[in-house]
Each structure stands twice: as C-alpha cells, then as structure tokens.
Design a protein around this ligand. Structure first.
Ligand code: HEM
Length: 193
C-alpha cells in the first residue's frame, strides 16, 4: 500500500506520462523513484527543481525586506494619529503577496524536490526532518499570521488599531519566518541566494 504522498507523487508522474507507476517503485525509495522520472524525462524535473530553488531562495530577500519595512512603518505610526494610508497598506499587501508566492513555489518544490523525502529515517535526520516537516509547517503558520493580520487591519475602524494589528501580526510572522529559513549557518545545505 502506498503512503498518500507517494500515491500523489506517483499519480503526478502518471498524469505527465512518465511511465507506469509500478515501474517507479524501486527498492531505492523515493530518490530511486524520482531518478527514474528524471532519466525518462531528460532532466526536466531537475531543471525545474533548480529554477524553482533559485527563485524561492532569492525571493526570500524580497519577502523579508517587505515584511521588515511593514513592521518598521506600522511600529513608527502605531502611536500617531496619522491615517492608515496607501503606503502602509500597500507595503503590508505586497509583503503578504510575496509570502503567498513563496508558499506556492515552496509547495511545488515540496512535491518535486529530492530534498523532501519520506522514509524510516526522515524524523531522525535533522536535514530531512527540517524540509519534510519543520519548514513547511512553520512557513504555513507565518503565512496565516500575515493573512489574518492584513485582513483584521482592514476591518478595524480606528487608525491606531489598524497599525497595531499589522505591527504585531507581522512582527510575530517575521520572527517565525526568520526561525524557519534554512540559513547557510544552520548546516542544512542551503545557500544565501
Ligand atoms: C508553505 C510554504 C513553503 C514551502 C512548502 C517551502 C518548501 C521548501 C522546500 C521543499 C525547500 C527545499 C528545496 C530544495 O532544496 O530542493 C525549500 C527551501 C527553501 N525555502 Fe522554502 N518553503 C516555503 C516557504 C518559504 C518562505 C516563506 C521562505 C522565505 C521567506 C522560504 C525560504 C526557503 C529557502 C531560503 C530555501 C533554501 C533554498 C536553497 O537551497 O538555497 N521558504 N522550501
């Protein structure tokens, strides 16, 4: 019996006509299966994976800069009576959009990347566990925080309350994102860009 994720990956391969699903069930586990797909698809998956990893990695800086700018701006204006105007609202919106794009790319990577593996050692190996469980779980929590923060701020009527909501939700979201990025110094095999 296939695990749900395996079944999903297998059906993705089958839909894309990479060959019958049972041929992919090698004794080498997921890596072996992926290798089969890659060989038969002239490296399409690996090229796509490489493009997406680089995009995902570089876009982190765009997302981080937008989130930091939003937090600083909302924090500065939190105690003022200034209108929750176009600039702060746009910054918060673009930060949230950047996070959604990251999540969309990340979810594709989660399905195709050889870095995400499920097996007996997944939870014992810190790198495998990080990419299979920790990274996705924490980033989804952060995404929910940004989305709730943004929509709650829109519903508030008072300006200070709007800034305060954006400030706290985005600050906590930022801390979650910073803690969940595979920074090079964490020894997870990822780079700076
Ligand atoms: C639901 C959301 C996300 C999912 C499912 C996800 C998934 C993944 C996966 C599967 C990888 C491994 C790719 C590989 O090495 O082949 C990865 C790497 C990475 N992710 Fe995410 N990710 C998400 C959100 C984010 C966000 C919001 C950021 C930053 C703002 C981020 C930053 C990174 C970085 C820096 C890497 C390392 C890229 C490299 O190897 O240089 N991720 N992510």
């Amino acid at each position: 019996m296939l695990a749900p994720t395996d079944a999903f990956r297998t059906s993705v391969c089958a839909i894309l006509r990479w060959g019958p699903a049972d041929v992919m069930l090698t004794s080498h586990g997921y890596h072996g299966k992926m290798y089969f797909c890659i060989v038969h698809q002239h490296n399409t998956i690996m090229n796509l994976n490489s493009i997406l990893v680089h995009t995902h990695s570089g876009l982190r800086w765009v997302a981080l800069i937008l989130i930091v700018m939003t937090v600083i701006r909302a924090g500065n204006l939190m105690s003022s009576k200034e209108n929750f105007e176009f600039r702060t609202k746009s910054l918060a919106l673009f930060a949230m959009i950047a996070m959604h794009i990251q999540a969309a790319i990340g979810l594709v990577l989660y399905v195709i990347s050889p870095t995400v593996q499920f097996g007996a050692t997944t939870m014992k190996d810190s790198t495998l566990r990080f990419f299979a469980v920790e990274h996705i779980a924490m980033m989804l929590i952060a995404l929910v925080l940004f989305t709730i923060g943004y929509s709650k701020s829109k519903k508030k009527t008072e300006n200070r309350a709007k800034y305060k909501t954006v400030f706290w939700f985005y600050l906590i979201g930022l801390l979650v994102v910073l803690a969940s990025i595979p920074w090079p110094f964490r020894g997870l095999g990822a780079g700076w860009f």
